[in-house]
Design a binder for this molecule. Structure first.
Ligand code: CP
Ligand code: NVA
Length: 308
C-alpha cells in the first residue's frame, strides 16, 4: 500500500519523530558530501500550479542528491483540473514516475490526486495547508532549542495554510500554539476544533498581539496576502497593520525569542528588515531545512510503500 504526505496528521507521532531523526541524519550526510543514492534510477514529478522558489529548488536538489531525477512542470504546462482532469494526471504520472509532488490551489484536487495515483504523493502547498513547511519548521525548532517539549509558538498574521499545518502538528506533538490575527482572519474553525479535541496541545486564537506574544519561544509570521489573494494586498495592509512583527514586538515577549518565517517575506509589511536580519532570526536555517525534512519524508514514504 502506497503512503502519501498530504497533511501532518497523515503521519503518527512516532512516524513524525522518526522522520525528524532521519532528516537530521540526512542533513549531516549532505553537509559531509556523502553519497546517498536511495533513489537511483527513480524519478520525481513536480507539478506546480503556483509560483515557488524554495519548494521547487529544495525538492529538485534533494531528489537529485538522493540519486534520482526530478522533473519540473510549471503553471502553464499541465493546466491541472482545467486542461486535464486531476485523476487523469494522477494515473498518467503513476506510469512514468516514482514520486509525485504537487503545489495546487484547491485542496480537494490534492486529495483527488492522491486517491488516483498509485505512487506516493507529497503536498507542496495548497490553499488549505503546507505540511512540508511545518515539518521543516519543527525540525528547525528542535535544532535551535535542543528539544520540542511544549515550545510556545506564536503565529502572527493571517490564519492561512501555514496556520492550518501548525494546528495539524498540534494534534501529534504537544505545543503551546497561539494564532494572533485580526478579526475575520481566523484559521478554519473545524481545523481549530480538531486540534483542540486531540487534547495534546494548548491552542489559542487571539486578536490581541501584545498579550499573545508573552513568553513566546518562537514568533512566526507569513505574508498577509497569500498566493491567489495578491489583489487583496493593499486592502489587507490596513487591516493587518497592527500585526506587523517589528523589533518592538520581538523585544516585548519577556524572554529570548526566535523569529521564523516560511518565506518569501514582504519586508516592511508583515515583518521589518531589522527583524529579518536580527541574530534571533532563523529564517535561513528554516529554509535550508525544507530540503532535509522533505528528503526524509520521501525516503520514509518510499520505505513504507515498499519502493526501497
Ligand atoms: N516557503 C515556501 O514554500 O516557499 P516557496 O513558495 O518559494 O516554495
Ligand atoms: N501563505 C503563503 C505561503 C507561501 C509559502 C502562500 O500561500 O502564499
Amino acid at each position: 500500500m502506497k503512503r502519501d504526505f498530504l497533511h501532518i496528521t497523515d503521519f503518527t507521532t512516532e512516524e513524525i519523530l522518526d522522520t525528524l531523526e532521519l532528516a537530521q541524519k540526512l542533513k549531516a550526510k549532505f553537509h559531509d558530501k556523502e553519497k546517498y543514492h536511495v533513489f537511483k534510477d527513480r524519478s520525481l514529478a513536480m507539478v506546480f500550479a503556483k509560483p515557488s522558489a524554495r519548494t521547487r529548488v529544495s525538492f529538485e536538489t534533494g531528489f537529485t542528491w538522493m540519486g534520482g531525477h526530478a522533473l519540473y512542470l510549471g503553471p502553464n504546462d499541465i493546466g491541472i483540473g482545467k486542461r486535464e482532469a486531476v485523476k487523469d494526471i494522477a494515473r498518467v504520472f503513476s506510469r512514468y514516475n516514482d514520486v509525485l509532488m504537487a503545489r495546487l490551489f484547491e485542496h480537494k484536487h490534492m486529495l483527488e490526486l492522491a486517491e488516483h495515483a498509485t505512487i506516493p504523493v507529497v503536498n507542496g502547498l495548497t490553499d488549505y495547508n503546507h505540511p512540508c513547511q511545518i515539518m521543516a519548521d519543527i525540525l528547525t525548532v528542535l535544532e535551535h532549542r535542543g528539544n520540542i517539549d511544549d515550545p510556545k509558538i506564536v503565529y502572527v498574521g493571517d490564519g492561512n495554510n501555514i496556520v492550518h499545518s501548525w494546528l495539524k502538528l498540534a494534534e501529534r506533538i504537544s505545543i503551546d500554539f497561539v494564532c494572533a490575527c485580526p478579526e475575520g482572519y481566523e484559521p478554519d474553525v473545524d481545523t481549530v476544533s480538531s486540534a483542540k479535541d486531540a487534547g495534546l496541545s494548548d491552542i489559542t486564537i487571539s486578536h490581541d498581539l501584545r498579550s499573545a506574544v508573552k513568553d513566546a519561544d518562537v514568533i512566526y509570521t507569513d505574508v498577509w496576502a497569500s498566493m491567489g489573494q495578491k489583489e487583496e494586498a493593499t486592502a489587507r495592509e490596513k487591516i493587518f497593520a497592527k500585526f506587523q512583527v517589528n523589533e518592538k514586538v520581538m523585544d516585548s515577549t519577556g524572554k529570548d525569542t526566535l523569529f521564523m518565517h516560511c518565506l518569501p517575506a514582504e519586508r516592511g509589511r508583515e515583518v521589518t528588515d531589522g527583524v529579518m536580519e536580527a541574530p534571533y532570526s532563523i529564517v535561513f536555517d528554516e529554509a535550508e531545512n525544507r530540503m532535509h525534512a522533505q528528503n526524509a519524508i520521501m525516503v520514509k514514504l518510499a520505505e513504507w510503500s515498499g519502493m526501497i
